[in-house]
Design a protein around this ligand. Sequence first.
Ligand code: PLP
Length: 386
Amino acid sequence: MSGERRPVLGFSTRAIHDGQEPDPATGAVSVPIYATSTYVQDELGKPRQGYEYARVSNPTRDRLEKNLCSLEGGIAARVFSSGMAAIHAICAMYKTGDHVVCGHNLYGGVPRLFDQVLSGYGFQFTYVDTSNPEKVEGAIRPRTRMVYVETPTNPLMALSDISTIGEICRRKKVEFVVDNTFMSPFFQQPIALGADMVVHSTTKFLNGHSDGLGGVVVCTRQDQADQLAFVQKAAGAVLSPFECWLVLRGTKTLRVRMLQHDANGRRVAEFLAQHKKVEKVFYPGLKDHPQHALAKRQMSGFGAMITFETGSRANAARMLKRVRVCSLGESLGGVETLISHPATMTHAALGEKGRAAIGITDGMIRISVGIEDVEDILADLDQALG
Ligand SMILES: Cc1ncc(COP(=O)(O)O)c(C=O)c1O
């Protein structure tokens, strides 16, 4: 009925239907992949439905942006060719001399972008322990434009209090950006907690099948959405229609995958915590995690990312050589269990001193628990630990 307000739909219903409406032309239930670089125009200055050129807009991309916007509770989303391209696009909205406060323990590619690329353009960065909101507030300067937080962090699984930092940023009139890659919108809703923008590497849980790169920024204001659309058009790091479709397919099962990732993650964390060859486990679902209470407050699950200490690089290397069900490889968030060595893989770019400063050791192993039968994952870890 026209004018009737749609009831607020549940997460999975929105994941399956928002942006995923049947194709109006054919009724196809799966969103078509519009593999086109350009669009025919009926007459000069009259593009059909506004589509002119694929770097500027593409119907498959529009559908994914609508879908991800709905899941994160924003007003618009813009997708990019990778998570790093999405983070770069946010920074492209700022000017020389602008200052960013960011977490000191982030995915290693982020400080690489900040320090080795953007510093050269005159951007300033201050790294602080964002799990302490006072340190965030203390680092804000007159030219600070953004506070950038990853929670939980990669790989140390430290949390930042999104509501408290959001309140500081609102008071100081600074944009607050949260990387929600590890939790996905199913387990954590940063915008509802006070973030101004949410970023994801869609490469991870949103895609969920380790078959495509991608990134997204979800916005809460139209000026952010307009500026990011301009960056898409001007800089061009947009997501291809096929990879948009892969993420659209992925989000349809996000809820069921995340529930299984979480169930398996809890079992693996408990198993590792009692294993005699494991010295320490970093997982917010464990009662001895220093921010377990905050995890219960701001997340609705604990997820599948676990880091643990084996004591030495030799121990880590021995275990990683012996895994059979778990796959040794970078990345995370796929249906398969991926296991990695932060010091030589995801966080190699930080250098030895950089890693030591934040507590990443050579004996640490990070695991992204997949959705295989958990007994098989546990047996594999047990035999690999020896
Ligand atoms: C938390 C987090 N954010 C961002 C990125 C970057 O994403 P991408 O590899 O899609 O560029 C990664 C990559 O591992 C990540 O783990």
